[in-house]
Design a protein around this ligand. Structure first.
Ligand SMILES: Cc1cc2nc3c(=O)[nH]c(=O)nc-3n(C[C@H](O)[C@H](O)[C@H](O)COP(=O)(O)OP(=O)(O)OC[C@H]3O[C@@H](n4cnc5c(N)ncnc54)[C@H](O)[C@@H]3O)c2cc1C
Length: 546
């Protein structure tokens, strides 16, 4: 491994979809770049999450980059919802095609970044002892990259193996003949449980909160449909960018409460059968803002669960009742509910009988002990802020990001945070991020940051920093829009509710991509309204690496 240079124009932290596109975009501006990535290779989410059944739940042809027409035309997805290995092959193809590994040091975590006010640069330190000075620090660290372990006593005493879906072994896991305990029924649990159940001797699922999940209707892609989509790729991509969630879904005009029962049922049926993540939430225009309207969707899903799951008690246990439909990230599944009809699957409700400990031989709840040979933690992530708060980030006047965000994240546009000049977060809190097709959000952010850096360079400005006033106004707006919806009523990871002690704040921006993008564009067009600049008065840094 060659030493990273001491001075670069930009450090990019992370080499998932966001980090890779940042390398490509900033390189085109002529910047020297140093990348750091904790994993051993590119891929981010798709490098780490190798659990059985891992797939995208935004359609593959939409869950891919749009920045290169050639890339779009030459890559062909095999399935409507690609598996993790296929998505990782795609990421590798992109990295090879655009030579994106060149400036990235893998297996290296950034542990600290400190703003040097005199030099107007970031001092960046890694866990390998590297020190790099950079004018810009781009945090492409992901929203769902900090795997969350459950808070259960006795984990270290367990005699078998424990796996986390977000840190899955690369060689795979053979569960044949084993009794497996799966803790967690969010997206990763819902995707992996049916696959594990087909292999293991027995699966015991420990569920705290049942989630709403819909059938993915996954299938191989039809070559004719691929050709047709590629032929109109540009128009389609533009339509995606102009849509609320980064996928083209017809916008609902009706209220769920203003149509009769038959029409409502027909509309839900159509959405359910569409096999899309956003179909159901977009079935009516008031599902996310009106509790009564939402109840109609929730009840529709519960009825579908009762249709599939043979044991009425199990069906009821699987039926979400403690949060409105769509306010926790909905899931797409393949055979999830039907899996509970198998003889080798048991569902344990740990809300009524909490897990008290992991023992050398299994999992003990308040009432029972379940013997297992292996445990899968499908316990998700310290979402959005987790990866940004793990390193020691110190801005102007010695202020740390951890202190600044002690009561919840504060950003301007989800891209910048006041007091941390030249520090950009890709899909940061306060941006649409996890509520939308993240590839669209990533490209929009990186392009905005690239344009911003080009603006600074053209004017010989050393730094840009958000003002506290602009940030306060943005945070107020993010909260105000969230409070118009049912989202804050759910104990979701959007709210930080899955991490003990984490401030309860709705972190993403629910205003939709078009409104968000228009705001970002207007800010840029208005000479970066809400930001201040410092001229390049500091001593010139050493020459950049070419
Ligand atoms: C199982 C799963 C399925 C998903 N499916 C979809 C989907 O269908 N559609 C969708 O829109 N989104 C989906 N997502 C969200 C997904 O995270 C994003 O779509 C996208 O992959 C994020 O890319 P990223 O580059 O921003 O972040 P990531 O892919 O998370 O990459 C961030 C990288 O930064 C690295 N990193 C973090 N901190 C440091 C540090 N301090 N030093 C060095 N490296 C660091 C991490 O190791 C990681 O590799 C899914 C997420 C998961 C977990």
């Amino acid at each position: 491994m060659t030493e990273p240079p001491a001075h670069v124009d930009a450090v990019v932290v992370g080499a998932g979809f966001a980090g890779l596109y940042a390398h490509h975009r900033l390189r085109r501006l002529g910047l020297s770049i140093q990348g750091f990535e904790g994993a051993a290779d590119v891929g981010g989410t798709w490098w780490w999450n190798r659990y059985p059944g891992a797939r995208c739940d935004v359609e593959s042809m939409d869950y891919s980059y749009s920045f290169s027409d050639e890339l779009e035309q030459e890559w062909t997805w095999s399935e409507r919802y690609a598996t993790q290995p296929e998505i990782l092959r795609y990421v590798n193809h992109v990295a090879d095609r655009f030579d994106l590994r060149r400036d990235i040091q893998f297996e290296t975590r950034v542990t600290a970044a400190t703003w040097d006010e005199d030099a107007q640069r970031w001092d960046i330190v890694t866990d390998r002892g590297d020190r790099v000075s950079a004018q810009f620090c781009i945090m492409a660290t992901g929203c769902l990259s900090e795997a969350k372990q459950p808070e259960i006593d006795g984990i270290d005493t367990f005699g078998g193996e424990i796996f986390h879906t977000g840190r899955w072994p690369h060689e795979g896991v053979d569960f044949s003949g084993l009794r497996v305990g799966v803790i967690g029924t969010g997206s990763s649990g819902i995707q992996s449980i049916p696959v594990i159940a087909r292999q293991a001797a027995h699966v015991t699922v420990f569920q705290r909160t049942p989630n709403f999940t819909m059938p993915a209707k996954n299938a191989p892609l039809d070559p004719e449909a691929i050709r047709a989509r590629k032929a109109r790729a540009r128009e389609h991509r533009q339509a995606m960018r102009e849509s609320r969630a980064g996928v083209v879904v017809p916008m609902p005009e009706d209220s769920a409460l203003r149509v009769d029962d038959e029409a409502r049922e027909a509309q839900f049926e159509k959405a359910w059968e569409s096999g899309t993540l956003y179909g159901m939430v977009a079935a009516f225009n008031d599902l996310l803002v009106d509790r009564d309207a939402n109840d109609t969707a929730a009840e529709y899903v519960r009825a579908r669960i009762r249709e599939v799951v043979e044991d009425p008690e199990v069906a009821e246990r699987l039926s979400p009742r403690n949060h409105p439909f769509g306010t926790k990230r909905p899931c797409l599944d393949t055979e999830y509910y039907a899996t509970y009809n198998r003889d080798n699957v048991t569902l344990v409700d740990v809300r009524s009988t909490p897990i008290v400990a992991i023992t050398p031989t299994g999992i003990r709840t308040e009432t029972d002990e379940f013997a297992v040979d292996a445990i899968v933690f499908a316990t998700g992530f310290d979402a959005m802020t987790g990866p940004l708060l793990r390193p020691d980030i110190t801005g102007v006047g010695g202020m740390t990001l951890r202190d600044k965000w002690a009561d919840g994240p504060r950003t301007y546009l989800g891209i910048a945070t006041a007091g941390f000049p030249n520090f950009f977060t890709i899909t940061g809190p306060g941006s649409p991020s996890v509520l939308v097709n993240m590839l669209v959000a990533i490209e929009q952010h990186v392009d905005w940051v690239g344009d911003c850096i080009a603006y600074l360079r053209a004017r010989h400005l050393a730094s840009i920093d958000a003002t506290v006033e602009a940030e306060d106004a943005w945070v107020d707006h993010v909260n105000a829009v969230a409070n118009l919806t049912l989202f804050p009523t759910a104990n979701s990871w959007y709210m930080g509710a899955n991490v003990p002690g984490k401030p309860r704040v709705f972190m993403p921006y629910i205003g939709g991509l078009p409104r968000y993008t228009e705001t970002c564009d207007a800010v840029a067009a208005d000479d970066y309204r809400g930001f201040t600049f410092s001229p390049a008065s500091a001593p010139e840094p050493e020459p950049s690496r070419s």
